[in-house]
Ligand binder design. Structure first.
Ligand SMILES: [Zn+2]
Ligand SMILES: [Zn+2]
Length: 427
């Protein structure tokens, strides 16, 4: 019987393990019994060394902790808080903790992950500041090892093809032919998919840019294009205008340093390839060097009017303290109403205030310019209605990387007042 909390994702690691075993070991069984060109000793060595490297790196990509915010950092980033012009401090409503730069809240791991790249379904783990080196080594050894296997399979297949006119009893059996065919197809498809993933991860490494950050850059470029059409500004929540200008990505600090930092900080090139290399120092991962091309006042990601918080008094119809009530009962009722509204607003995720899609707003405005401007909230849980369903050129939206989109796309809350007060006291 399957237990209640069973999910299909739990099959990912066993499935990948079966795939590795099938390719690495049944191929050797096939080669050993293939009489026309049995496996050479050095070929046996190479296949098995690749297999060991793949196993070690895969195990570490799956089971090394992707990182968690140390408790002394939960409430404040001591160096960078509240300084005017250092960018807004980010706050995670789910963790109820300070969210460091480049961290994102993973829906599966259920916490903020440092320098989160994406949550990988095939390792059932986050690719993060701490797991990226293991992950990319796994991709590297898998791609190289399987490419090597491809050449061995190719040489046997060409022998079979060359003997196609010989009597059939002289060639391999039907079972062997079927086995060779399946090995060939499975290995080719897998190595192709892994090669693409490896190229993408190498790009991330060389430019020090996570997959999520690549998405953010595309999103930013879209906003810049929108703003160019609309006079340099876009409408933010509560009718505010947000000036949109081109921001440079700040974490690209040169190819050599990017690779070094991405591989755990060691300048020893050998250690980048060593399957047993140490996981990056657990004290790192919360602050990152920047290239300094940006104004000191800016932070990444750049301002996005659809993601910035609503003003605190957004539910009030005007300043309620100025309203007068004719009777005591009315006053009490008004108070109760405001209290209920406050509770509603504070109820953490009951209703994320989704913004209408940009194109819907834009069309509406051009037909009916008297409508109140600004991205009005869309209520409800249908998350395809809001601007968060924006997709990049590859058709990916933020949640496709495994992040919790409700708290990642909609930056609804600033640092809570209670935390600011506590921080002030500590000083
Ligand atoms: Zn979080
Ligand atoms: Zn995760």
């Amino acid at each position: 019987m399957l237990s209640d909390d069973f999910s299909i994702s739990q099959l990912a690691i066993p499935a990948v393990s079966v795939l590795i075993s099938f390719l690495a070991y049944t191929s050797q069984y096939f080669f050993l019994r293939f009489e026309d060109a049995p496996l050479q000793k050095d070929e046996v060595w190479k296949i098995n060394i690749f297999a060991i490297c793949i196993w070690i790196c895969y195990y570490r990509a799956c089971y090394v902790d992707p990182g968690r915010l140390p408790s002394d950092r939960k409430l404040a980033n001591p160096e960078k808080q509240e300084e005017p012009g250092l960018g807004r401090q980010r706050w995670c409503r789910r963790c109820e903790a300070y969210k460091p730069l480049r961290a994102h809240h993973c829906k599966t791991c259920q916490r903020c992950i440092p320098k989160m790249d994406h949550h990988c379904p095939w390792t059932s783990n986050c690719v993060s500041h701490f797991t990226f080196p293991h992950f990319i080594r796994f991709l590297f050894y898998a791609t190289v090892g399987m490419s090597y296997l491809e050449t061995l399979l190719w040489s046997r297949a060409s022998i079979v093809w060359g003997n196609r006119n010989l009597p059939s009893y002289m060639g391999p059996s039907i079972v062997q032919l079927g086995h060779l065919f399946i090995l060939f197809v499975v290995n080719s498809l897998t190595v192709f998919a892994l090669f693409i993933l490896l190229v993408r991860s190498l790009y991330s490494l060389i430019f020090n840019m996570t997959t999520i950050e690549s998405w953010e850059i595309e999103r930013h470029e879209t906003l810049v294009r929108r703003a160019r059409v609309l006079g340099g500004h876009l409408d933010g929540p509560g009718g505010i205008k947000v000036r949109i200008k081109k921001h440079e990505f700040p974490y690209d600090i040169g190819i050599w340093t990017n690779i070094k930092e991405g591989m755990g900080g060691s300048a020893n090139i050998f250690s980048w390839f060593w399957p047993l290399a140490a996981t990056p120092d657990r004290r790192t991962g919360w602050e990152f060097k920047t290239n300094g091309f940006e104004d000191p006042g800016s932070s990444w990601p750049p301002p996005d009017p659809d993601r910035i918080p609503w003003p605190m008094n957004r539910a009030d119809p005007g300043d309620s303290s100025l309203q007068s009530y004719s009777s005591a009962r009315e006053t009490v009722e008004a108070f109760k109403r405001r209290q209920a509204e406050d509770i509603d607003r504070r109820r953490p995720f009951a209703e994320v205030q989704r913004r209408q899609r940009f194109h819907d707003r834009f069309q509406k405005e051009s037909y009916d310019s008297d409508e109140d401007r600004g991205p009005g909230p869309v209520y409800g849980d249908d998350s395809d209605e809001g601007e968060e369903s924006w997709r990049n050129a590859e058709g990916e939206r933020l949640r496709d990387f495994g992040v919790d989109e409700d708290v990642e796309f909609y930056d609804e809350d600033d640092v809570p007042l209670a935390v600011l007060m506590q921080r002030r006291k500590q000083r």
